[in-house]
Design a protein around this ligand. Structure first.
Ligand code: SAH
Length: 344
């Protein structure tokens, strides 16, 4: 089968061209057509000879997606179900959110998710494989084509665990970041992880200035293990140690995600444990009113508890904000899976 041309960063594409006896500068031309002129057929690349265009058609494809379904929220958030054309009928979901500062795309990193978090809608989706770099990038480019917009921020908070697909995610980030490709600054790219500790160290060493979000959800090992099986492999002490290393190495603030579930992790004792854990760290806590999934045992905290929780953290010097929910009417905000599944 021919290769997805979007799986390669520019230096790799030059190598690919060399391997088929073409000059590396041709790769630069093609790269510019794809990422700057947004052309998706070799036949439109008018500075290439007909012979070369035919040859490239034999070696590469553009990995284009088809929109199977698009849902539009009343707040403007859009959710897409893509057929990724991998020959297996795989479908993935991506969300576009509009903020005053621009457009943010929430990308999926895997087909399904292997992590098994008990409160998360993605757990009901059968895990297949990690997405390739080209499949991650195409989520952004397909939306830009469809909506005729330029996306300014990327969050890896869709389906899947980005650190379970680390190499492909980092390659995608390289291309997203590349001034010759999508040109989105690393500071505008956030990766959210359930806490695969060794990859936090890898990210710290990578030199990329992206924002790291940690799905924490509890400062207590027993509670966190109930919510997130990954905690049994990488308990809170190891996670926090890695986070401290990351902060020291990058001098960047970490964002801790904390989804508040009624009578589970939302009382004052939970807030106290959290303060003890995060005390003195360069961090921010993002409080999310948990969205109940079908047959899920966790339900949303009361507004009163959420506000109390936030105020307590803030009073102890830990900045905490309550995340605005976008697209909840279209099941875009980590919402119950049922409707999403009925798409399939
Ligand atoms: N696997 C990664 C990224 C995907 S989840 C991770 O775990 O971080 C993106 C964010 O949504 C995470 O913070 C996750 O904990 C949160 N989330 C998942 N299900 C949720 C739910 N039902 N309600 C609220 N937040 C949820």
């Amino acid at each position: 089968m021919n290769k997805n041309i979007k799986d390669f960063d520019l230096s790799e594409l030059k190598e690919e061209f060399k391997n088929i006896n073409e000059k590396p500068y041709r790769a630069e031309q093609v790269y510019e057509w794809i990422y700057k002129k947004r052309i998706n057929t070799f036949d439109e690349m008018t500075n290439l000879s007909k012979d070369l265009r035919d040859k490239l058609n034999d070696y590469f494809h553009f990995g284009l997606f088809n929109i199977v379904k698009k849902l539009v929220s009343k707040d403007g958030t859009k959710k897409y179900l893509f057929d990724i054309n991998d020959g297996k009928g795989s479908l993935i979901e991506t969300v576009l959110m509009q903020y005053h500062h621009g457009y943010t795309v929430c990308v999926s990193s895997e087909i399904g998710c292997p992590m098994g978090c008990t409160f998360c809608a993605s757990t009901g989706i059968k895990f297949d494989r990690g997405l390739t770099p080209g499949e991650i990038i195409e989520q952004i480019m397909a939306i830009e084509r469809e909506e005729n917009v330029k996306v300014s921020n990327i969050v890896f908070m869709g389906i899947g665990e980005p650190f379970d697909n680390y190499d492909n995610v980092m390659k995608a980030i390289k291309i997203i970041n590349d001034p010759k490709a999508l040109e989105i600054g690393a500071r505008h790219i956030s990766i959210s992880t359930s806490g695969i500790v060794p990859k936090i160290y890898d990210l710290a060493e990578s030199g990329y200035q992206c924002t790291l979000s940690i799905s924490l959800h509890s400062a207590n090992n027993d509670k966190r293990s109930q919510m997130m099986p990954v905690n049994k492999a990488y308990p809170i002490e190891e996670l926090i140690k890695a986070c401290k290393y990351y902060i020291e190495k990058t001098n960047k603030r970490i964002s801790f995600e904390y989804a508040l579930a009624k009578d589970n992790n939302d009382n004052l004792d939970d807030a106290k444990e959290l303060v003890n854990l995060l005390h003195g760290m360069l961090c921010h806590v993002n409080l999310i009113p948990i969205n109940k999934i079908d047959n899920g045992k966790y339900s949303k905290s009361t507004n009163e508890n959420i506000i109390k929780f936030r105020d307590y953290l803030n009073s102890k010097g830990i900045t905490a904000t309550i995340r605005r929910e976008l697209g909840s009417d279209i099941n875009a905000a980590c919402r119950p899976i049922k409707k999403a599944v009925s798409w399939r």
